[in-house]
Design a protein around this ligand. Structure first.
Ligand code: TXA
Ligand code: MG
Length: 323
């Protein structure tokens, strides 16, 4: 099939919604990364998501909503803290895991009895869900194992010929996937860190929340996505934190095949093929650029600011296979 890329005007959004109703998959922009959407009630369409992405079937999908009225359609036993979080962070880059309604097909939640719910902030995402008349399940619109797409071109790179339409909303503002918070446990658990921080969540809930450890995820398969290597370029990613480490590792790398990603001003003696700034918004695009340019090694030299950004650090460490 031919994959069309269209600007997200009323006409193309209407067309996309008709395709969704016909059981097709549509790639669309959100404020975090591009999503690959299907109707949450269409089992065959959801099956296609797993096939097209090469996604393991034990990795659950997030339900994307455009209004709070849709929460009751997909979740049940919604705790009071859900409203506090939705008042403060919806629409936005937060996914809240609650008990799932029986009518939501089990394939959407990878057989779990819970479901993640998120209301995206991006107008195109919002309009597409509205026009489709149903919540959409949408994983990131990349091939499984590749970095999530933050532009329509990234989606095309991975899914060309496999889906009918990509709505092109330009580069995503946030650049890393939503924070995933499990509200079915006490204390609530952050299954995936993101732009909405632990501190922001604690300050509205007025109680501590905790980060899931990777071991928890592997043993209890609580956040199945966490056990897979995600967000990774083909190039080898090295994380360094000091100039001494830079000096040491530079002896073993070829500068013309190395990409440096950093906000630190480097001594003039270092010559790398590409030097890019380290940002949440640009990280995945840098990874894809490295692969396109045949880069062998990516050096990420973190600074104090980056170390405070748990979401960004998590994606860097995953890419470096440290977690
Ligand atoms: O920002 C985002 O969340 C993007 C955009 C498109 O909205 N979506 C996204 O979806 O990143 P995906 O499928 O690539 O990642 C979903 C993550 C996975 O790690 C999955 O394991 C976790 O959320 N997840 C989803 N539902 C869950 C559930 N019921 N329990 C535990 N973890 C869940
Ligand atoms: Mg993903």
């Amino acid at each position: 099939m031919d994959t069309q890329i269209l600007p997200p005007n009323d006409e193309s959004i209407k067309k996309a919604a008709e395709l969704i109703k016909a059981g097709e998959l549509i790639a669309f922009p959100t404020e975090t990364v591009y999503g690959l959407g299907a109707s949450i009630f269409n089992v065959e369409a959801i099956q296609k998501i797993f096939t097209v992405k090469g996604r393991p079937t034990d990795n659950p999908l997030i339900a994307h909503i455009s209004s709070l009225a849709q929460v009751e359609l997909i979740g049940k036993n919604i705790p009071p803290e859900f409203s506090i979080l939705s008042d403060n962070f919806f629409p936005g880059p937060l996914t809240i895991v609650v008990q799932k309604q029986e009518q939501v097909p089990n394939i959407a939640s990878a057989q779990l009895s819970t479901i993640g719910i998120r209301m995206p902030h991006h107008q195109v995402a919002w309009k597409l869900i509205e026009a489709s008349g149903t919540p959409l399940v949408a994983p990131s619109a990349n091939l499984s194992g590749k970095p999530s797409p933050t532009t329509a071109a990234h989606v095309l790179e991975d899914l060309s010929g496999k889906i009918p339409l990509i709505l092109d909303g330009g580069p995503c503002d946030v650049g890393i996937e939503s924070t995933v918070l499990d509200l079915t446990t006490s204390p609530p658990v952050i299954l995936r860190p993101g732009h909405i921080t632990k501190e922001q969540i604690e300050s509205v809930l007025h109680r501590p929340v905790v980060f899931a450890s990777v071991t928890d995820a592997q043993e209890k398969v609580k956040a199945p996505g966490m056990k897979y290597r995600h967000y990774a370029p083909n190039a080898i990613v090295h994380v360094i934190t000091t100039l001494d480490q830079l000096a040491e590792i530079s002896k073993t790398l070829r500068p013309n095949q190395t990409m440096m990603i950093t906000n630190i001003h480097l001594p003039a003696t270092y010559e790398f093929k590409v030097i890019l700034p380290l940002t949440e918004k640009g990280l995945y695009a840098s990874f894809r650029k490295a692969d396109d340019a045949g880069i062998q090694d990516i050096l990420i030299f973190t600074d104090e600011e980056t170390k405070k950004n748990i979401g960004l650090l998590n994606r860097i460490e995953k890419a470096a296979k440290k977690i």
